[in-house]
Design a protein around this ligand. Structure first.
Ligand SMILES: [Zn+2]
Length: 672
């Protein structure tokens, strides 16, 4: 029998394995990172604006590097590029909002002073005349047992709500002081649009938003970019209104805004339809354009190549502002020339790694991050089109080349089963993990890894922390403050010859090592139970299966947690096929209490048992069903390996594997 490369059982890896991984790691070259950052932030690239010449030149440069490292193209039509269709939407001054009560005078609002709005549906003109409904925080979060809607139908209506989330000091309730995604304004628009609202008015309160109206006004006054419509529900008027306007609005209904805020803190809250309509005329200038993500791959060996470790970093910045005199180039040296430099150095290292890992390694330099994580959103939504399934994303965004860090930031990693491995690897590399100093700010939701998290892929960014070799903590804090105050998102974020890139090489080594463990060992990386992304993970692991059809016509088998059954790699390699039949008992709490195997080959039986045991259904009486599962090796390669299971009829599945060609040169690698 063949020797398998995957050798370590799932769970925490031993320090020995990690030390071995470290000693096998190629050396990261700080000088190469320096050269990438210097070039990407140079005047020639004009600030790498999305939709601008400099941004395109950066994408071409990154693709050329990928090619020189021997990476395979992982984009469209055998190229390194994935085109990202975008639309710029600018709300024009003739846009008008009026609040019209059932009786009495309408209140006409002033664009930018009283409200800001953007038409996400990407039409030049929209007319709205619809009732306004106060929906509290507008949150539906089953993992928190919280639902502000209580079955209320928002279709064709205007949602009025508060930004942020219910006030909490309890770490088990909306993560205490930390912000969950439910509190972000982006969530508010997405959730209300999903529920059929035509417009949403977020009540601005400086304390809740953590920034003033001037920030809202500045960022909504100009053009905003969106992904081209893809069927995701959108609002005709995604809006913010001043707190005082909200006060007058609810006053028209004889209600008090502060009392409504109090009511919104309760699980018992129910939507309140106000006797006030929004009459709006939204006029927009539209500018369709396109940009590109750059994707490359080191293909894993044998069966492992269906899964991949993904590395990401955004290459875009704000471009050039020709309306300004002097240095009008947003160089983006730190943000995010540095992340790209690290990504490229890790790509070079993986390109040179022999033997190739079991799993594939994907690299994506993404566009339009500064426009609202759009390139990574597109990458996440289209992750099924990548040649391998990412099971982990490691992101790099803005690491200052100011010395050798003694700390590493991995916020979000603690929410996954991968965290013990991250902790051990940090220890091996003499790095202390620095916890997120301001979890209430919700930074986790503001960088590209989040786009991958929301489609279920465990993801986090690797950052440097504040304590650097030869300096005290205060020095590191001061450096960070200086960056935020004087250079962040300004032309002054420019390259400096006196920078020290040794620390960035260290961060690259850390990411390479984590990727190495993931790509070569038997790991089970997923969100911890109860995490807000757990459901997305389950959905992405259903193997393209139509779950409704599998349990068709049986509401008592409505799944709460579900994972697809995959072909066991060993059975696939040895071409074992056959049918497994099992009698599955579901306890009253919805968990599977017993999987009794009636027939099947032991290797196939194991694959069924391991997964079915994790299925959970709605609570109810104890119940049971007979499951039939056919395993079959296809004669032809599958058009897409993700659609690996099919429903034949209710409670009857077919799991299909691609035929594997024997690759003796790549399967002879020794375990280490
Ligand atoms: Zn950035």
């Amino acid at each position: 029998m063949r020797k398998l490369v995957v050798i370590v059982a799932a769970g925490v890896l031993s320090v020995g394995v990690l030390l071995a991984a470290k000693s096998h790691a190629p050396k990261m070259d700080a000088q190469r990172i320096r050269q990438h950052v210097k070039y990407l932030s140079s005047d020639a690239l004009e600030g790498r604006g999305t939709g601008q010449k400099g941004g395109d030149a950066a994408a071409d440069y990154i693709a050329a590097q990928f090619k020189s490292y021997g990476l395979k193209p992982a984009g469209e039509n055998g190229t390194y590029f994935q085109s990202v269709p975008l639309v710029g939407v600018k709300t024009l001054p003739e846009t008008s909002f009026a609040l019209v009560p059932a009786s009495g005078e309408p209140l006409v609002l002033r664009n930018l002073d009283d409200f800001v709005t953007s038409n996400e549906t990407q039409t030049a003109s929209a007319e709205i005349d619809a009732p306004i409904v106060f929906v509290g925080y507008g949150i539906a979060a089953p993992e928190e047992k919280w639902d502000d809607y209580k079955g209320y139908d928002l279709k064709g209506k205007v949602a009025l709500l508060f930004v942020n989330e219910p006030i909490s000091d309890d770490p088990n309730f909306f993560k205490g002081k930390a912000l969950t995604y439910n509190g972000r304004w982006t969530y508010k628009y997405e959730e209300t649009a999903r529920r059929g609202a035509v417009a949403t008015l977020i009540i601005h309160r400086t304390d809740l938003a953590s920034y003033g109206w001037d920030v809202v006004r500045n960022s909504w006054g100009g053009e905003r970019s969106y992904l081209k419509l893809d069927g995701t529900p959108k609002l005709e008027a995604a809006s913010w209104i001043q707190e005082e306007v909200a006060r007058k609005l609810v006053g028209m209904a004889g209600l008090d805004l502060d009392k409504l805020f109090q009511q919104a803190q309760s699980r018992e809250f129910k939507p309140i339809e106000l006797p006030v309509r929004l009459k709006a005329h939204v006029v927009s200038a539209l500018r369709p354009f396109s940009s590109r993500n750059v994707v490359g791959m080191v293909e894993g060996c044998c069966y492992g190549k269906v899964e991949a470790v993904l590395y990401t970093a955004h290459y875009d910045h704000f471009g050039i502002d020709k309306s300004k005199p002097g240095d009008n180039i947003y160089h983006g040296a730190i943000d995010n020339g540095t992340g790209c430099g690290i990504l490229l150095e890790i790509a070079r290292a993986w390109g040179a790694t022999k033997p190739v890992p079991v799993r594939s390694i994907l690299f994506a330099a993404v566009t339009a991050e500064e426009q609202g994580l759009l390139g990574s959103e597109f990458l996440g939504k289209h992750s099924l089109e990548l040649p391998s399934d990412p099971i982990l994303d490691l992101n790099y965004d803005a690491l200052a080349p100011i010395g050798v860090p003694e700390e590493v930031e991995v916020s979000g990693a603690e929410r996954t089963t991968f965290y013990p491995t991250v902790e051990k690897m940090a220890e091996v590399l003499n790095l202390t993990i620095r916890p997120d100093a301001h979890p209430e700010a919700g930074h986790y939701y503001r960088s590209d890894h989040f786009s991958l998290s929301r489609v279920g892929i465990p993801s986090f960014s690797i950052g440097q922390g504040r304590k650097f070799d030869g300096h005290d903590l205060a020095w590191g804090e001061a450096q960070a403050k200086d960056y935020v105050d004087n250079r962040y998102h300004k032309p002054a974020d420019a390259f400096r010859e006196d920078w020290n890139f040794a620390g960035l090489a260290k961060m690259a080594s850390f990411g390479y090592a984590l990727g190495g463990v993931t790509a070569t060992q038997s790991v089970d990386i997923r969100w911890l139970h109860g995490d807000e992304f757990e459901e997305a993970w389950y959905r992405s692991h259903s193997g393209g299966l139509d779950i409704d059809a599998l349990f068709g016509g049986h509401p008592e088998f409505k799944p709460v947690h579900f994972e697809g059954i995959r072909y066991p790699p060993l059975a696939q390699q040895t071409r074992i096929s056959g049918t497994v039949e099992a009698h599955v008992t579901v306890a009253s709490d919805g968990r599977v209490s017993e999987v009794k195997i009636l027939k099947g080959h032991p290797l196939l039986v194991e694959a069924v048992e391991n997964v079915v045991k994790k299925w959970t259904f709605v609570a109810g009486a104890e119940r049971s069903f007979d499951l039939k599962c056919d395993f079959l090796v296809a004669d032809e390669p599958l058009t897409t390996h993700r659609r690996y299971s099919f429903v034949v009829e209710p409670f009857h599945l077919r799991v299909v594997a691609e035929p594997r060609t024997i690759e003796t040169s790549t399967t002879s690698s020794k375990p280490h």
